[in-house]
Design a protein around this ligand. Structure first.
Ligand SMILES: Cc1cc2nc3c(=O)[nH]c(=O)nc-3n(C[C@H](O)[C@H](O)[C@H](O)COP(=O)(O)OP(=O)(O)OC[C@H]3O[C@@H](n4cnc5c(N)ncnc54)[C@H](O)[C@@H]3O)c2cc1C
Length: 459
């Protein structure tokens, strides 16, 4: 490395320190909401399913870590979009994903008094092994872990762009702007040795010039809500099915307002039973439009159902703050995981974690998951988290480098958490050693992950 580069990026080098002995002590104070402008070892863009875990792991390995999240809580799709049932940590009678994400999931279930599924039994349907969490509890627990790890945390701000120069990232952060105060005026500049893009759409990597993949069609999104205050036994389901068909014909309901039959719909309280088309949420315009369309759909259905016998008292008991996105941009990485790699459970020399989920592409009219063959447990290589031709940057979460079908499985929450942990560890170690994640000694990374509870696939 050129001397100038080393000097520019050596702002918190920990030469000689024992690698895994740098965990923050419980109760260490962490700056919250401090306007950044300084220098960090690791900058994480997006504090969602993958990003929150990446930040915890990075800070636990002693890296000075800044987490920037555009909303006002961590958890991303799990909390802001209300999809709080991570799948899947177990396969074929054994645990295949563990570590920081699973520990917090378990903490949340324990505190809420929820029993976990019996993982020793193979479920009839894959989703029976998902863990249903209270989304109101998951966000504060995740936040507690972020802060106690010593992560510097900034909500209400977006990483708007990043540039790599002389071995360092300079990122532009757009905070909410209080015109009365001197502190937050315009975009803030932050420098970091390593950047981890966990935005769900690889927008920061794209701003730095790295190629993204996106197919013409994308899977529909969903605005999560829940209805309550009715008894299924009081409702004439065939008559209601007929009424829904008629209402769709007349335009009182739109085709995507209810996907599938009314027995399933009412059984689930309307939860995840409708679609919002073209939901990417990768720009303010689309986020505004899809969230407004999702809420309007809920209102149409509520008003329609209230007129039906047995549903006069129906109420909305939950509405997620934003529409959930199943598919948007993926990064083009050093490795692009194909559906064949996925379904054959290929183990790569640099596999950092497992993923266990059927290929699960949703269409306008529903979904037809394709289960994995018995005994197969796919894996994710580190090189699928590294944008092609890049230095000092990783992506984690649903924007992992993969083809569309592989991505329809890789995008689920347990694997996003595991990818987040792997990216956080790789970034922290690379910052420490002044190297790029692609050049990191893989055995060292695997040891660090295992020391932090993760399961690293064995070739
Ligand atoms: C309707 C629906 C149902 C699903 N069902 C399941 C299921 O049953 N089981 C399962 O396991 N998975 C399910 N999934 C998939 C899973 O929830 C998501 O794929 C996963 O949570 C994505 O995690 P992520 O970390 O990639 O992105 P997210 O969790 O979305 O996190 C991205 C974060 O980045 C932030 N952000 C974005 N841009 C910026 C920026 N420029 N600067 C700062 N912050 C930024 C966002 O606010 C967000 O918090 C479902 C998804 C949907 C939408």
């Amino acid at each position: 490395m050129r001397r100038r580069t080393f000097v520019a990026c050596a702002f918190s080098a920990l030469a000689g320190a024992k690698l895994f002995a740098l965990a923050k002590k419980e109760g260490d104070s962490a700056p919250i909401g401090v306007p950044p402008g300084g220098e960090y070892d690791v900058l994480i863009a997006g504090g969602g399913t993958a990003g929150a875990i990446a930040a915890i792991q990075s800070a636990r390995l002693g890296a000075k870590t800044l987490l920037v999240e555009r909303s006002s809580q961590p958890g991303g799709t799990m909390t802001n979009a209300g999809v709080c049932h991570p799948g899947i940590f177990h396969a074929w009678g054994r645990q295949v994903i563990a570590g920081i994400g699973f520990d917090i999931v378990k903490k949340c279930a324990d505190l809420n008094g929820d029993a976990l599924p019996d993982f020793s039994k193979e479920p009839k349907r894959h989703w029976l092994h998902q863990i249903w969490l209270n989304p109101f509890l998951f966000a504060p627990l995740l936040e507690e872990e972020i802060l106690s790890a010593g992560v510097h945390l900034l909500y209400g701000a977006s990483v708007a762009g990043a540039k790599f120069d002389s071995g360092c990232w300079t990122a532009e952060i757009m905070p909410l702007c209080d015109r009365q105060s001197e502190s937050y005026k315009t975009a803030l500049s932050v420098r970091a040795k390593q950047l981890v893009d966990c935005t769900g759409n690889a927008s920061v990597a794209a701003s730095a010039g790295f190629e993204r993949l996106c197919d013409g069609d994308i899977q529909p999104g969903t605005q999560i809500y829940r209805f309550s205050s009715y008894k299924l036994s009081d409702i004439d389901i065939p008559a209601l099915d007929a009424a829904v068909k008629e209402a769709k014909k007349k335009g009182v309901l739109k085709r995507q307002d209810i996907v599938g039959g009314m027995r399933n719909f009412l059984n689930a309280g309307g939860f995840n039973q409708h679609h919002v088309l073209n939901a990417r949420n990768a720009c303010s315009g689309n986020l505004s439009e899809t969230s407004a369309r999702g809420r309007a759909s809920m209102l149409r259905v509520l008003r329609f159902l209230k007129n039906f016998k047995g549903l006069e008292n129906i109420k909305v008991s939950y509405l997620a703050p934003e529409t959930g996105v199943r598919e948007t941009f993926r990064i083009k990485g050093e490795t692009v995981v194909s559906v064949d790699d996925y379904t054959s459970a290929r183990v790569w020399p640099d596999s950092v974690c497992h993923c266990f989920y059927p290929v699960d592409l949703h269409y306008d009219h529903g979904v037809n998951p394709k289960p994995l063959e018995r005994g197969k447990v796919p894996t994710v290589p580190l090189s699928a988290l590294i944008p092609k031709g890049s230095e000092n940057i990783l992506v984690a979460g649903k924007c992992v480098s993969s083809d569309r079908l592989a991505n329809s499985a890789l995008r689920v929450q347990a694997s996003c958490m595991a990818m987040g942990q792997a990216a956080g560890a790789a970034a922290a170690l690379s910052a420490r050693m002044n190297t790029s994640p692609g050049n990191l000694n893989f055995a060292l990374l695997a040891d660090a992950l295992r020391a932090n509870g993760a399961i690293v696939p064995q070739a």
